[in-house]
Design a protein around this ligand. Sequence first.
Ligand code: SF4
Length: 332
Amino acid sequence: MEIVPVRPQSHAPTAQDGEPRHDWTRAQVRALFELQFAELIFRAQNVHRSYFDPAAVQISTLLSVKTGGCPEDCAYCPQSARYDTGVRAEKLMALDAVLAEARAAKAAGASRFCMGAAWREPKDRDLDAVCAMVEGVKALGLETCATLGMLTDAQARRLKTAGLDYYNHNLDTSPEFYGDIITTRCYQDRLDTLARVREAGIHVCCGGIVGMGESRDDRAGMIATLASLPVHPESVPINMLVRVAGTPLADRPPLDTLEFVRTIAAARICLPRSVVRLSAGREDMSEEMQALCFLAGANSIFYGPKLLTTPNPGPDRDQRMMARLGLRAMRA
Ligand code: SF4
């Protein structure tokens, strides 16, 4: 261990912290990752408290309304038809069944209900059914979110008319690493759909996955890209890779847990008004690690025992954790 002389540190947030900016460079985001850990968390806390009640956590529930059989080749995904993961292709769920799940999610404390379909892009006839789901969920008093793949302008407008509040479409990683993970569409396709969603007046939910074998530079590049969008996404899910047997990433070594916390803190600083969601991977995280993520500025979780096809902590476990940490559900 290197022994260094004690020198006073400036604990004041830097002038730029907290002001939403759209000109973050990768080098600047990378410099955040390289801060001394306590300094990084302190800066993220300052930004977090400028815009949010640090005790409030937004709670979403995610339901797979159309599981498996996807033609895309996302290397992390058990729903791709290209990988033998044991996930069976199913039909689009019936409206009544979706609404029953939404009622249960609301009763358990969720304020937002997200519907995910394993499609490259929705067919117009499928969109009719999804729009009916959106209308039904909205009528229950829940915020609505959908993740259906790439959209056309007309499809985005239809979803908006049906009452869709949020559309999830993740950038997944940096532009440079994207081709190592997905080859059936390109980064620009993602950006185009995000622009269509924004243009239609739907809030954007967009983040990524870490632990896929990307470098710190890639993690910084992903956050710099998110922070360079003309309007920052209202929700930013940060996922830890769930290494599912049968997918090409099943044997990736786990990411250092403090590197994950650093990623959350950098996202909080660069996207000060966005809700940063601690998303996939929580099943394998200790409460202590999740507490560090909340300290670093995460202020949203997915609630419910399943995230599409992978396990997630059950509501009882999350309620215990939130009580232990003095956290409470954010109002929609
Ligand atoms: S992440 Fe989505 S688009 Fe990619 S394979 Fe899975 S379901 Fe298909």
